[in-house]
Ligand binder design. Structure first.
Ligand SMILES: [Zn+2]
Length: 142
């Protein structure tokens, strides 16, 4: 809920306006005890709503921070990719180009699978996420 902070601020302003009005009425001795109790009940309800709105906003902010940290971590990891033989490479290991290009997912390829040798003498590496097959020359892999 992206407007929780705005809602919380608006409710807090309403509560402060109410306090100001009650304070003025009390100064002029215009309030009965029952009216004062009603205003305090209303004020308490508004402050509970403020607390709820700010708590929701805090949870949303924590979720967004986690998402930002994860996106930053992935971007930092992918920044050191190099491209060769149709896949991405980092520290001598091949990474799935489909996963990275489509969703910025860093998926290390599995392999080589020695029982799947292509006609061109390449070894097949696979992606566990999208099941892609990537024939790579054996010399390419450290
Ligand atoms: Zn993949």
């Amino acid at each position: 809920m992206p407007f929780d902070i705005a809602v919380g601020l608006s409710l807090a302003k309403n509560a402060l306006d109410l306090v100001k009005a009650v304070r003025e009425a009390h100064k002029q001795k215009k309030l009965t005890s029952e009216e004062m109790r009603d205003y305090l009940d209303t004020l308490q309800d508004k402050l509970v709503d403020v607390k709820t709105a700010l708590s929701d906003a805090d949870e949303e902010m924590r979720n967004l921070k986690r998402q930002l940290e994860e996106a930053t971590r992935k971007a930092d990891f992918g920044a050191s990719f190099t491209s060769k033989h149709g896949v991405y490479w980092r520290d001598g290991f091949p990474y799935c180009p489909i996963c990275w290009d489509n969703s910025r997912q860093t998926t290390r390829l599995s392999g080589p699978h020695p029982h799947i040798l292509t006609d061109a003498g390449k070894y097949v590496w696979t992606c566990s996420i999208d099941k892609g097959h990537f024939p790579l020359p054996s010399k390419a892999v450290k």
